[in-house]
Ligand binder design. Structure first.
Ligand SMILES: Cc1cc2nc3c(=O)[nH]c(=O)nc-3n(C[C@H](O)[C@H](O)[C@H](O)COP(=O)(O)OP(=O)(O)OC[C@H]3O[C@@H](n4cnc5c(N)ncnc54)[C@H](O)[C@@H]3O)c2cc1C
Length: 488
Protein backbone atom coordinates (compact mmCIF):
# COMPACT_ATOMS: atom_id res chain seq x y z
CA UNK A 1 0.00 0.00 0.00
CA UNK A 2 1.07 3.59 -0.63
CA UNK A 3 0.23 6.58 1.54
CA UNK A 4 1.87 9.33 -0.52
CA UNK A 5 0.86 10.74 -3.85
CA UNK A 6 3.13 12.92 -5.96
CA UNK A 7 1.18 15.12 -8.35
CA UNK A 8 3.31 15.90 -11.43
CA UNK A 9 2.59 19.19 -13.20
CA UNK A 10 5.14 21.14 -15.29
CA UNK A 11 7.91 19.21 -13.59
CA UNK A 12 7.93 16.01 -15.63
CA UNK A 13 11.13 14.48 -14.32
CA UNK A 14 12.13 11.96 -11.70
CA UNK A 15 15.42 13.55 -10.69
CA UNK A 16 16.03 16.86 -8.97
CA UNK A 17 12.30 17.14 -8.34
CA UNK A 18 11.70 18.48 -4.81
CA UNK A 19 8.07 17.32 -4.51
CA UNK A 20 8.88 13.83 -5.76
CA UNK A 21 11.92 13.53 -3.54
CA UNK A 22 9.95 14.61 -0.47
CA UNK A 23 7.15 12.16 -1.29
CA UNK A 24 9.66 9.32 -1.63
CA UNK A 25 11.41 10.29 1.61
CA UNK A 26 8.14 10.30 3.45
CA UNK A 27 6.96 6.76 2.63
CA UNK A 28 5.59 4.58 -0.13
CA UNK A 29 4.61 6.64 -3.16
CA UNK A 30 2.29 6.65 -6.17
CA UNK A 31 2.46 9.28 -8.95
CA UNK A 32 -0.34 11.03 -10.80
CA UNK A 33 -0.62 13.35 -13.79
CA UNK A 34 -3.91 15.16 -14.35
CA UNK A 35 -4.63 15.56 -18.04
CA UNK A 36 -6.71 18.73 -18.46
CA UNK A 37 -7.19 18.99 -22.21
CA UNK A 38 -9.90 21.64 -22.00
CA UNK A 39 -7.53 23.76 -19.98
CA UNK A 40 -4.87 23.32 -22.66
CA UNK A 41 -7.46 24.64 -25.10
CA UNK A 42 -8.23 27.64 -22.90
CA UNK A 43 -4.54 28.42 -22.45
CA UNK A 44 -3.88 27.93 -26.17
CA UNK A 45 -1.17 25.30 -25.67
CA UNK A 46 0.32 24.23 -29.01
CA UNK A 47 -0.08 20.76 -30.52
CA UNK A 48 3.71 20.51 -30.53
CA UNK A 49 3.95 21.07 -26.80
CA UNK A 50 1.05 18.72 -26.11
CA UNK A 51 2.79 16.03 -28.12
CA UNK A 52 6.01 16.56 -26.17
CA UNK A 53 4.15 16.36 -22.85
CA UNK A 54 2.41 13.13 -23.84
CA UNK A 55 5.66 11.54 -25.01
CA UNK A 56 7.44 12.77 -21.89
CA UNK A 57 4.75 11.12 -19.75
CA UNK A 58 5.45 7.75 -21.40
CA UNK A 59 9.14 8.26 -20.73
CA UNK A 60 8.48 9.36 -17.13
CA UNK A 61 6.34 6.26 -16.56
CA UNK A 62 9.35 4.12 -17.53
CA UNK A 63 11.74 6.07 -15.28
CA UNK A 64 9.30 5.79 -12.39
CA UNK A 65 8.78 2.06 -13.02
CA UNK A 66 12.51 1.57 -12.36
CA UNK A 67 11.89 3.06 -8.93
CA UNK A 68 8.76 0.91 -8.43
CA UNK A 69 6.54 4.02 -8.52
CA UNK A 70 3.30 3.51 -10.51
CA UNK A 71 2.12 6.47 -12.60
CA UNK A 72 -1.58 7.07 -13.08
CA UNK A 73 -2.58 9.50 -15.80
CA UNK A 74 -6.16 10.62 -15.20
CA UNK A 75 -8.50 12.56 -17.46
CA UNK A 76 -9.74 15.69 -15.71
CA UNK A 77 -10.94 17.93 -18.53
CA UNK A 78 -10.44 21.27 -16.80
CA UNK A 79 -8.72 22.52 -13.67
CA UNK A 80 -11.96 22.19 -11.70
CA UNK A 81 -11.96 18.52 -12.68
CA UNK A 82 -8.47 18.19 -11.21
CA UNK A 83 -9.64 19.05 -7.69
CA UNK A 84 -12.35 16.42 -7.59
CA UNK A 85 -10.40 13.70 -9.42
CA UNK A 86 -7.40 14.05 -7.13
CA UNK A 87 -9.55 13.85 -4.01
CA UNK A 88 -11.32 10.79 -5.40
CA UNK A 89 -8.06 9.04 -6.24
CA UNK A 90 -6.76 9.68 -2.72
CA UNK A 91 -9.87 8.08 -1.24
CA UNK A 92 -9.68 5.09 -3.62
CA UNK A 93 -6.11 4.16 -2.76
CA UNK A 94 -5.86 5.38 0.82
CA UNK A 95 -3.55 8.36 0.32
CA UNK A 96 -2.93 10.64 3.30
CA UNK A 97 -0.39 13.07 1.84
CA UNK A 98 -0.11 14.72 -1.59
CA UNK A 99 3.10 16.41 -2.74
CA UNK A 100 3.43 18.91 -5.60
CA UNK A 101 5.55 21.78 -6.86
CA UNK A 102 4.24 25.33 -7.15
CA UNK A 103 3.31 26.90 -10.46
CA UNK A 104 3.24 30.69 -10.74
CA UNK A 105 0.61 31.54 -13.35
CA UNK A 106 -2.64 32.88 -11.89
CA UNK A 107 -4.95 29.96 -12.77
CA UNK A 108 -2.30 27.48 -11.67
CA UNK A 109 -1.87 29.26 -8.33
CA UNK A 110 -5.62 29.20 -7.80
CA UNK A 111 -5.65 25.53 -8.70
CA UNK A 112 -3.08 24.74 -6.02
CA UNK A 113 -5.27 26.50 -3.45
CA UNK A 114 -8.44 24.78 -4.65
CA UNK A 115 -6.76 21.38 -4.60
CA UNK A 116 -5.58 22.03 -1.06
CA UNK A 117 -9.15 22.83 0.03
CA UNK A 118 -10.68 19.83 -1.67
CA UNK A 119 -8.03 17.50 -0.21
CA UNK A 120 -8.64 18.93 3.25
CA UNK A 121 -12.29 17.92 2.91
CA UNK A 122 -11.16 14.28 2.63
CA UNK A 123 -8.48 14.71 5.34
CA UNK A 124 -5.51 14.64 3.02
CA UNK A 125 -2.61 17.10 3.46
CA UNK A 126 -1.06 18.95 0.53
CA UNK A 127 2.71 19.60 0.77
CA UNK A 128 4.04 22.16 -1.70
CA UNK A 129 7.57 22.99 -2.88
CA UNK A 130 9.30 25.56 -5.06
CA UNK A 131 10.89 24.00 -8.12
CA UNK A 132 10.62 26.14 -11.26
CA UNK A 133 13.35 28.62 -10.35
CA UNK A 134 16.76 27.91 -8.88
CA UNK A 135 16.01 30.66 -6.37
CA UNK A 136 12.46 30.84 -5.07
CA UNK A 137 10.38 33.80 -6.35
CA UNK A 138 9.95 36.48 -3.71
CA UNK A 139 13.44 35.95 -2.28
CA UNK A 140 15.30 38.48 -4.40
CA UNK A 141 13.92 41.90 -3.60
CA UNK A 142 15.19 45.47 -3.69
CA UNK A 143 15.75 47.62 -0.63
CA UNK A 144 12.07 48.54 -0.51
CA UNK A 145 11.19 44.86 -0.34
CA UNK A 146 9.84 44.81 -3.89
CA UNK A 147 10.64 42.85 -7.01
CA UNK A 148 13.32 44.46 -9.15
CA UNK A 149 12.17 46.20 -12.32
CA UNK A 150 15.60 46.21 -13.92
CA UNK A 151 17.10 42.93 -15.01
CA UNK A 152 20.75 43.97 -14.40
CA UNK A 153 20.09 44.80 -10.75
CA UNK A 154 18.19 41.54 -10.30
CA UNK A 155 21.02 39.64 -11.94
CA UNK A 156 23.67 41.19 -9.68
CA UNK A 157 21.68 40.21 -6.60
CA UNK A 158 21.05 36.80 -8.07
CA UNK A 159 24.76 36.05 -8.44
CA UNK A 160 25.41 37.45 -4.97
CA UNK A 161 22.71 35.34 -3.34
CA UNK A 162 22.98 32.14 -5.33
CA UNK A 163 25.16 30.23 -2.84
CA UNK A 164 22.95 31.23 0.06
CA UNK A 165 19.50 30.96 -1.50
CA UNK A 166 19.54 28.40 -4.30
CA UNK A 167 18.24 25.03 -3.25
CA UNK A 168 20.84 22.28 -3.74
CA UNK A 169 20.10 19.61 -6.32
CA UNK A 170 17.64 17.02 -5.04
CA UNK A 171 19.10 13.53 -4.69
CA UNK A 172 18.19 10.61 -6.91
CA UNK A 173 15.34 8.82 -5.08
CA UNK A 174 15.98 5.24 -3.93
CA UNK A 175 13.97 2.38 -5.44
CA UNK A 176 11.00 1.62 -3.18
CA UNK A 177 9.28 -1.68 -2.43
CA UNK A 178 6.30 -2.92 -4.49
CA UNK A 179 3.14 -0.87 -3.94
CA UNK A 180 0.77 -3.43 -5.44
CA UNK A 181 -0.74 -0.59 -7.53
CA UNK A 182 -0.66 -0.73 -11.33
CA UNK A 183 0.52 2.12 -13.56
CA UNK A 184 -2.21 3.37 -15.89
CA UNK A 185 -1.40 5.56 -18.87
CA UNK A 186 -4.20 4.35 -21.15
CA UNK A 187 -5.77 7.79 -21.52
CA UNK A 188 -2.64 8.85 -23.40
CA UNK A 189 -3.40 6.31 -26.12
CA UNK A 190 -6.03 8.69 -27.53
CA UNK A 191 -3.20 10.90 -28.74
CA UNK A 192 -1.86 10.39 -32.20
CA UNK A 193 1.78 11.31 -31.97
CA UNK A 194 3.36 13.41 -34.64
CA UNK A 195 6.39 11.45 -35.88
CA UNK A 196 8.16 14.48 -37.31
CA UNK A 197 7.93 16.21 -33.95
CA UNK A 198 9.14 13.08 -32.15
CA UNK A 199 12.27 13.22 -34.28
CA UNK A 200 12.81 16.94 -33.90
CA UNK A 201 12.06 17.00 -30.19
CA UNK A 202 12.52 13.52 -28.72
CA UNK A 203 11.14 13.20 -25.19
CA UNK A 204 12.90 12.03 -22.05
CA UNK A 205 15.13 13.19 -19.24
CA UNK A 206 18.01 11.36 -20.90
CA UNK A 207 17.48 13.35 -24.09
CA UNK A 208 17.45 16.63 -22.14
CA UNK A 209 20.67 15.70 -20.32
CA UNK A 210 22.38 14.60 -23.50
CA UNK A 211 21.52 17.97 -25.08
CA UNK A 212 22.81 19.79 -22.01
CA UNK A 213 26.05 17.79 -21.98
CA UNK A 214 26.74 18.11 -25.68
CA UNK A 215 26.08 21.86 -25.49
CA UNK A 216 28.46 22.21 -22.57
CA UNK A 217 31.16 20.08 -24.15
CA UNK A 218 31.09 21.56 -27.63
CA UNK A 219 29.29 24.90 -27.75
CA UNK A 220 28.86 26.89 -24.55
CA UNK A 221 32.27 28.54 -24.75
CA UNK A 222 31.46 30.01 -28.17
CA UNK A 223 27.88 30.89 -27.16
CA UNK A 224 28.44 34.62 -26.81
CA UNK A 225 29.92 34.87 -30.30
CA UNK A 226 27.44 32.71 -32.20
CA UNK A 227 24.14 32.77 -30.33
CA UNK A 228 22.67 35.51 -32.52
CA UNK A 229 23.10 33.73 -35.85
CA UNK A 230 20.00 31.69 -36.70
CA UNK A 231 21.82 29.56 -39.24
CA UNK A 232 24.38 28.39 -36.67
CA UNK A 233 23.60 25.66 -34.17
CA UNK A 234 24.89 27.91 -31.42
CA UNK A 235 22.26 27.75 -28.68
CA UNK A 236 21.31 24.86 -26.42
CA UNK A 237 17.76 24.17 -27.75
CA UNK A 238 16.87 23.18 -24.19
CA UNK A 239 13.83 25.47 -23.89
CA UNK A 240 11.21 22.76 -24.68
CA UNK A 241 12.66 20.54 -21.96
CA UNK A 242 12.76 23.38 -19.45
CA UNK A 243 9.17 24.32 -20.34
CA UNK A 244 7.77 20.92 -19.42
CA UNK A 245 10.21 20.37 -16.57
CA UNK A 246 12.08 17.44 -18.13
CA UNK A 247 15.08 19.49 -17.02
CA UNK A 248 15.39 22.15 -14.32
CA UNK A 249 17.23 25.48 -14.48
CA UNK A 250 18.92 24.33 -11.29
CA UNK A 251 20.41 21.39 -13.17
CA UNK A 252 21.65 23.79 -15.88
CA UNK A 253 23.11 26.17 -13.30
CA UNK A 254 24.87 23.31 -11.54
CA UNK A 255 26.32 22.11 -14.81
CA UNK A 256 27.76 25.63 -15.26
CA UNK A 257 29.09 25.62 -11.70
CA UNK A 258 30.88 22.29 -12.29
CA UNK A 259 32.38 23.64 -15.49
CA UNK A 260 33.41 26.81 -13.77
CA UNK A 261 35.41 25.56 -10.81
CA UNK A 262 32.57 25.55 -8.29
CA UNK A 263 31.14 29.07 -8.71
CA UNK A 264 28.26 30.44 -10.78
CA UNK A 265 29.85 33.68 -11.88
CA UNK A 266 32.33 33.10 -14.69
CA UNK A 267 34.90 35.20 -16.52
CA UNK A 268 34.54 32.98 -19.58
CA UNK A 269 32.24 35.03 -21.86
CA UNK A 270 30.29 32.05 -23.24
CA UNK A 271 29.52 30.55 -19.84
CA UNK A 272 28.62 33.92 -18.40
CA UNK A 273 26.34 34.89 -21.26
CA UNK A 274 24.50 31.56 -21.16
CA UNK A 275 24.04 31.77 -17.38
CA UNK A 276 22.71 35.31 -17.84
CA UNK A 277 20.08 33.96 -20.24
CA UNK A 278 18.98 31.43 -17.65
CA UNK A 279 18.70 34.34 -15.23
CA UNK A 280 16.42 36.16 -17.73
CA UNK A 281 14.18 33.13 -17.45
CA UNK A 282 14.26 33.37 -13.67
CA UNK A 283 13.68 37.15 -13.81
CA UNK A 284 10.46 36.77 -15.81
CA UNK A 285 9.20 34.08 -13.45
CA UNK A 286 9.98 36.11 -10.34
CA UNK A 287 8.30 39.06 -12.00
CA UNK A 288 5.19 37.08 -12.84
CA UNK A 289 5.03 35.85 -9.25
CA UNK A 290 5.02 39.48 -8.08
CA UNK A 291 2.67 40.78 -10.82
CA UNK A 292 0.02 38.17 -11.45
CA UNK A 293 -2.15 40.61 -13.44
CA UNK A 294 0.25 39.90 -16.33
CA UNK A 295 -1.78 36.70 -16.65
CA UNK A 296 -4.88 38.79 -17.43
CA UNK A 297 -3.59 40.22 -20.71
CA UNK A 298 -2.38 43.39 -19.01
CA UNK A 299 0.71 45.29 -20.08
CA UNK A 300 3.18 46.12 -17.32
CA UNK A 301 3.26 49.75 -18.51
CA UNK A 302 -0.44 50.44 -18.17
CA UNK A 303 -0.54 53.53 -20.41
CA UNK A 304 0.55 51.48 -23.43
CA UNK A 305 -3.00 50.15 -23.50
CA UNK A 306 -3.98 53.61 -24.76
CA UNK A 307 -2.03 53.02 -27.99
CA UNK A 308 -4.21 52.31 -31.03
CA UNK A 309 -3.15 48.66 -31.33
CA UNK A 310 -4.47 47.21 -34.56
CA UNK A 311 -6.48 44.00 -34.96
CA UNK A 312 -6.23 44.01 -38.74
CA UNK A 313 -6.70 40.36 -39.76
CA UNK A 314 -5.10 40.68 -43.15
CA UNK A 315 -1.85 42.04 -41.80
CA UNK A 316 -1.84 39.68 -38.85
CA UNK A 317 -2.44 36.62 -41.05
CA UNK A 318 0.32 37.68 -43.46
CA UNK A 319 2.72 37.83 -40.52
CA UNK A 320 1.53 34.46 -39.14
CA UNK A 321 2.02 32.77 -42.48
CA UNK A 322 5.41 34.34 -43.25
CA UNK A 323 4.10 36.52 -46.07
CA UNK A 324 5.25 40.00 -45.09
CA UNK A 325 7.70 40.51 -47.94
CA UNK A 326 10.53 40.96 -45.41
CA UNK A 327 12.64 37.83 -46.01
CA UNK A 328 14.09 37.50 -42.49
CA UNK A 329 10.68 37.93 -40.85
CA UNK A 330 9.11 35.41 -43.21
CA UNK A 331 11.96 32.95 -42.61
CA UNK A 332 11.50 33.22 -38.84
CA UNK A 333 7.74 32.72 -39.02
CA UNK A 334 8.10 29.77 -41.37
CA UNK A 335 10.68 28.21 -39.03
CA UNK A 336 8.13 28.52 -36.23
CA UNK A 337 5.32 27.05 -38.33
CA UNK A 338 7.43 24.15 -39.54
CA UNK A 339 9.42 23.20 -36.45
CA UNK A 340 7.57 24.58 -33.42
CA UNK A 341 10.67 26.57 -32.43
CA UNK A 342 12.21 29.87 -33.45
CA UNK A 343 15.67 31.25 -32.86
CA UNK A 344 15.75 33.94 -30.14
CA UNK A 345 17.10 36.66 -32.45
CA UNK A 346 14.22 36.03 -34.84
CA UNK A 347 11.65 35.93 -32.05
CA UNK A 348 12.71 39.49 -31.26
CA UNK A 349 12.79 40.55 -34.92
CA UNK A 350 9.38 39.02 -35.71
CA UNK A 351 7.73 40.25 -32.51
CA UNK A 352 9.06 43.75 -33.01
CA UNK A 353 7.95 43.73 -36.64
CA UNK A 354 4.38 42.78 -35.72
CA UNK A 355 4.11 45.33 -32.95
CA UNK A 356 6.16 48.22 -34.30
CA UNK A 357 5.84 47.98 -38.09
CA UNK A 358 2.30 46.63 -38.27
CA UNK A 359 1.26 48.05 -34.88
CA UNK A 360 -0.73 44.85 -34.29
CA UNK A 361 -1.69 44.18 -30.67
CA UNK A 362 1.19 42.29 -28.98
CA UNK A 363 -1.35 39.99 -27.31
CA UNK A 364 -2.28 38.51 -30.71
CA UNK A 365 1.37 37.72 -31.39
CA UNK A 366 1.84 36.31 -27.90
CA UNK A 367 -1.16 34.05 -28.44
CA UNK A 368 0.06 32.91 -31.86
CA UNK A 369 3.50 32.01 -30.49
CA UNK A 370 1.87 29.97 -27.69
CA UNK A 371 -0.27 28.17 -30.24
CA UNK A 372 2.82 27.15 -32.24
CA UNK A 373 5.80 26.91 -29.90
CA UNK A 374 6.97 23.57 -28.55
CA UNK A 375 8.64 25.54 -25.72
CA UNK A 376 5.61 27.79 -25.10
CA UNK A 377 5.98 29.12 -21.60
CA UNK A 378 3.77 31.87 -20.23
CA UNK A 379 6.39 33.85 -18.27
CA UNK A 380 9.10 33.84 -20.96
CA UNK A 381 6.68 34.34 -23.82
CA UNK A 382 4.84 37.20 -22.16
CA UNK A 383 8.19 38.68 -21.09
CA UNK A 384 9.56 38.42 -24.64
CA UNK A 385 6.47 39.93 -26.20
CA UNK A 386 6.21 42.79 -23.75
CA UNK A 387 9.93 43.42 -24.18
CA UNK A 388 9.52 43.64 -27.95
CA UNK A 389 6.36 45.76 -27.79
CA UNK A 390 7.96 48.13 -25.22
CA UNK A 391 5.01 47.54 -22.90
CA UNK A 392 6.80 45.39 -20.33
CA UNK A 393 9.29 45.39 -17.50
CA UNK A 394 12.79 46.48 -18.57
CA UNK A 395 11.57 46.46 -22.15
CA UNK A 396 13.17 47.65 -25.37
CA UNK A 397 12.94 51.46 -25.54
CA UNK A 398 10.11 52.32 -27.93
CA UNK A 399 12.38 54.44 -30.12
CA UNK A 400 14.82 51.60 -30.85
CA UNK A 401 13.06 49.66 -33.54
CA UNK A 402 14.85 46.89 -35.38
CA UNK A 403 15.27 47.43 -39.08
CA UNK A 404 14.56 43.88 -40.33
CA UNK A 405 16.79 44.29 -43.39
CA UNK A 406 19.76 45.45 -41.28
CA UNK A 407 19.13 42.59 -38.83
CA UNK A 408 19.13 40.18 -41.73
CA UNK A 409 22.37 41.53 -43.20
CA UNK A 410 24.02 41.39 -39.82
CA UNK A 411 22.86 38.04 -38.48
CA UNK A 412 22.22 36.04 -41.68
CA UNK A 413 24.99 37.62 -43.72
CA UNK A 414 25.10 35.02 -46.50
CA UNK A 415 21.33 34.55 -46.48
CA UNK A 416 21.63 30.84 -45.73
CA UNK A 417 18.86 30.86 -43.15
CA UNK A 418 16.53 32.72 -45.48
CA UNK A 419 17.34 30.26 -48.27
CA UNK A 420 16.37 27.34 -45.99
CA UNK A 421 12.92 28.69 -45.15
CA UNK A 422 11.99 31.03 -47.99
CA UNK A 423 12.52 28.69 -50.91
CA UNK A 424 11.30 31.29 -53.43
CA UNK A 425 14.44 33.32 -52.80
CA UNK A 426 16.98 30.48 -52.81
CA UNK A 427 18.52 31.51 -56.14
CA UNK A 428 19.36 35.06 -54.98
CA UNK A 429 22.89 36.10 -54.06
CA UNK A 430 23.95 37.16 -50.56
CA UNK A 431 23.60 40.84 -51.35
CA UNK A 432 20.08 40.95 -52.76
CA UNK A 433 18.44 38.20 -50.69
CA UNK A 434 17.86 40.53 -47.72
CA UNK A 435 15.77 42.94 -49.74
CA UNK A 436 15.09 41.75 -53.30
CA UNK A 437 14.32 44.35 -55.96
CA UNK A 438 10.73 44.69 -57.24
CA UNK A 439 11.79 42.92 -60.47
CA UNK A 440 13.34 40.02 -58.56
CA UNK A 441 10.28 39.73 -56.35
CA UNK A 442 8.00 39.60 -59.35
CA UNK A 443 10.15 37.08 -61.21
CA UNK A 444 10.43 34.76 -58.20
CA UNK A 445 6.81 35.08 -57.06
CA UNK A 446 7.80 36.75 -53.78
CA UNK A 447 5.70 39.48 -52.20
CA UNK A 448 6.29 43.21 -52.02
CA UNK A 449 6.98 44.52 -48.49
CA UNK A 450 3.71 44.75 -46.57
CA UNK A 451 4.75 48.16 -45.18
CA UNK A 452 7.50 50.59 -45.90
CA UNK A 453 10.05 50.48 -43.04
CA UNK A 454 10.82 54.13 -42.43
CA UNK A 455 7.26 55.42 -42.61
CA UNK A 456 6.00 52.62 -40.35
CA UNK A 457 8.54 53.18 -37.60
CA UNK A 458 8.14 56.94 -37.65
CA UNK A 459 4.39 56.52 -37.16
CA UNK A 460 4.91 54.14 -34.26
CA UNK A 461 7.50 56.33 -32.55
CA UNK A 462 5.14 59.29 -32.81
CA UNK A 463 2.32 57.29 -31.22
CA UNK A 464 4.49 56.13 -28.32
CA UNK A 465 5.95 59.57 -27.89
CA UNK A 466 2.46 61.05 -27.65
CA UNK A 467 1.77 58.76 -24.71
CA UNK A 468 3.86 61.17 -22.71
CA UNK A 469 6.66 60.85 -20.28
CA UNK A 470 5.80 57.45 -18.88
CA UNK A 471 6.43 55.72 -22.19
CA UNK A 472 10.10 56.56 -22.07
CA UNK A 473 10.75 56.31 -18.34
CA UNK A 474 11.99 52.77 -18.30
CA UNK A 475 14.15 53.37 -21.33
CA UNK A 476 16.68 55.17 -19.15
CA UNK A 477 16.91 52.35 -16.66
CA UNK A 478 17.01 49.85 -19.46
CA UNK A 479 19.58 47.12 -19.79
CA UNK A 480 19.82 45.71 -23.24
CA UNK A 481 21.78 42.54 -22.53
CA UNK A 482 18.86 40.38 -23.67
CA UNK A 483 19.58 41.09 -27.26
CA UNK A 484 22.65 43.25 -27.40
CA UNK A 485 22.03 46.87 -28.27
CA UNK A 486 19.27 47.06 -30.81
CA UNK A 487 20.46 48.41 -34.11
CA UNK A 488 18.17 50.79 -35.86
C1 LIG B 1 8.82 37.26 -28.39
C2 LIG B 1 9.53 36.18 -27.61
C3 LIG B 1 8.83 35.06 -27.18
C4 LIG B 1 9.49 34.07 -26.45
N1 LIG B 1 8.76 32.98 -26.01
C5 LIG B 1 9.38 32.03 -25.27
C6 LIG B 1 8.66 30.91 -24.79
O1 LIG B 1 7.45 30.76 -25.00
N2 LIG B 1 9.34 29.96 -24.09
C7 LIG B 1 10.69 30.08 -23.82
O2 LIG B 1 11.26 29.20 -23.18
N3 LIG B 1 11.37 31.15 -24.23
C8 LIG B 1 10.78 32.12 -24.95
N4 LIG B 1 11.50 33.19 -25.40
C9 LIG B 1 12.90 33.33 -24.99
C10 LIG B 1 13.95 32.72 -25.93
O3 LIG B 1 13.71 33.11 -27.24
C11 LIG B 1 14.00 31.19 -25.87
O4 LIG B 1 14.07 30.77 -24.52
C12 LIG B 1 15.22 30.64 -26.59
O5 LIG B 1 15.19 31.03 -27.94
C13 LIG B 1 15.24 29.14 -26.48
O6 LIG B 1 16.29 28.58 -27.21
P1 LIG B 1 17.48 27.83 -26.48
O7 LIG B 1 16.95 26.84 -25.51
O8 LIG B 1 18.42 27.33 -27.52
O9 LIG B 1 18.14 29.02 -25.65
P2 LIG B 1 19.60 29.29 -25.13
O10 LIG B 1 20.11 30.47 -25.85
O11 LIG B 1 20.44 28.08 -25.11
O12 LIG B 1 19.34 29.76 -23.63
C14 LIG B 1 19.23 28.83 -22.55
C15 LIG B 1 17.92 28.96 -21.85
O13 LIG B 1 17.83 30.26 -21.25
C16 LIG B 1 16.48 30.70 -21.29
N5 LIG B 1 16.40 31.92 -22.09
C17 LIG B 1 17.19 32.26 -23.12
N6 LIG B 1 16.83 33.48 -23.59
C18 LIG B 1 15.78 33.88 -22.86
C19 LIG B 1 14.95 35.04 -22.85
N7 LIG B 1 15.15 36.06 -23.69
N8 LIG B 1 13.94 35.11 -21.97
C20 LIG B 1 13.72 34.11 -21.08
N9 LIG B 1 14.47 32.99 -21.03
C21 LIG B 1 15.49 32.88 -21.91
C22 LIG B 1 15.66 29.60 -21.95
O14 LIG B 1 15.09 28.80 -20.95
C23 LIG B 1 16.72 28.85 -22.75
O15 LIG B 1 16.38 27.51 -22.99
C24 LIG B 1 10.86 34.21 -26.13
C25 LIG B 1 11.56 35.35 -26.57
C26 LIG B 1 10.91 36.32 -27.31
C27 LIG B 1 11.68 37.51 -27.77
Amino acid sequence: MASNLVWFRSDLRAYDNPAFQAAMNSGSCVAVYCLAVNQWEMHGVSEHKRSLIVRQLFSLAEDLAELNVPLKVINCGTFSGVQSELAELCCQIGITKVFCNHEYELNERRLTQDVETSLQSVRVDLHTFHDQCAIEPGKILNQSGEMYQVYTSFKQRYYGYFDRLARPLANRPERQGETGIESDTTVLMDYSLDLEMSELWPAGEDEAHERLESFIEARVKAYKDVRDFPDVNGTSTLSPYLAIGALSTRQCMHAMISLNGGVLHSDQPGIQTWTNELIWREFYRHFLFAHSDLCMHKPFKKNTDDLPWSHDNERFNAWCEGRTGYPIVDAGMRQLNQTGWMHNRLRMVCAMFLTKHLMVDWRLGEQYFMARLVDGDFASNNGGWQWSASTGVDAAPYFRIFNPTRQSERFDKDGEFIRRYVGELSSLDARSIHDPSPQQREALGYLSPIVEHRGAVERTKALFSALGKQGSENAHANDNTQCGVASV
